[in-house]
Design a protein. Structure first.
Length: 252
């Protein structure tokens, strides 16, 4: 299929998905590459989607958005990509791997601490304290880039002890008490009984918007479109909201 026709077809299919006309009669496997912060919510969405589309087997690949981008651009078998920020998705679009991604949910960066906040962390200023054990995601990972924007805005030189490849790794260290504080997502503190929320920055830089798109080389395009369509459904948006995400106007 010529590139222009393939692009037009992808746009048409995705437009159908966003207007709710996608079919749940799809079948086969659909490989969904999703940002680490979506892990819990997408595990629930997977089950809900498969209940409505029993012929489809959703295979989730959960990792940092930048790592997923590299896998997709290297030719990994992916049908859908859900990123934790627009810039990573833009790279996938620029490479011709996706078209017309749509934002479907928002999240917020917060300071997460081990249960009970034993170090008494109360603000971003504590990240300048070299005596504390502190962490963020790595630069190049959406949660790491957003954390750096927070530090820059507050003119803070963060004294970091670790930069993790994705937010799940950071949350694991917080839950184990290996760090005094880390910049994670609101949804992480909601989901983990071992990680408390110590501080919520009131800044535009703390808000992260998530786009999703079917991929142009999807081996199961029908199932990819159906899954993306389902993410915008009321059922999926309820799952995301329950997990702590903020639905966008018009979604669900």
């Amino acid at each position: 299929m010529p590139t222009r026709s393939r692009v037009a077809l992808a746009a048409l299919l995705f437009a159908a998905a966003c207007t709710g006309s996608g079919s749940l009669d799809a079948a086969g496997e659909v490989n969904v590459f999703a940002a680490a912060s979506l892990a819990d919510a997408f595990a629930e969405i997977e089950k809900a989607f498969e209940a409505q589309a029993p012929g489809v087997d959703v295979r989730l690949n959960i990792a940092g958005s930048s790592a997923l981008r590299e896998q997709i651009l290297a030719g990994a078998p992916a049908d859908v990509f859900a990123s934790a920020n627009r810039s990573v998705m833009d790279d996938v679009v620029a490479a011709g791997a996706a078209n017309q991604p749509q934002d479907f949910v928002r999240n917020s960066l917060v300071i997460g601490v081990p249960e009970g906040n034993p170090a008494g962390v109360t603000s971003l200023d504590d990240f300048a304290n070299a005596e504390l054990l502190l962490g963020t995601c790595a630069v190049g990972v959406p949660c790491g880039d957003a954390a750096q924007r927070l530090f820059d805005r507050a003119s803070i030189t963060a004294q970091l002890d670790t930069t993790e490849p994705d937010v799940r790794a950071l949350v694991t260290k917080l839950a184990a008490g290996e760090l005094d504080a880390g910049i994670v997502y609101q949804t992480n503190t909601n989901a983990s009984a071992e990680v408390d929320l110590a501080y919520s920055p009131d800044a535009a830089e703390a808000t992260v918007t998530y786009p999703i798109a079917p991929l142009n080389d999807a081996s199961n395009r029908e199932a990819a479109i159906a899954f993306v369509n389902f993410v915008f459904s009321e059922d999926a948006q309820r799952i995301l909201k329950r997990s702590g995400f903020v639905p966008l106007d018009g979604a669900g």
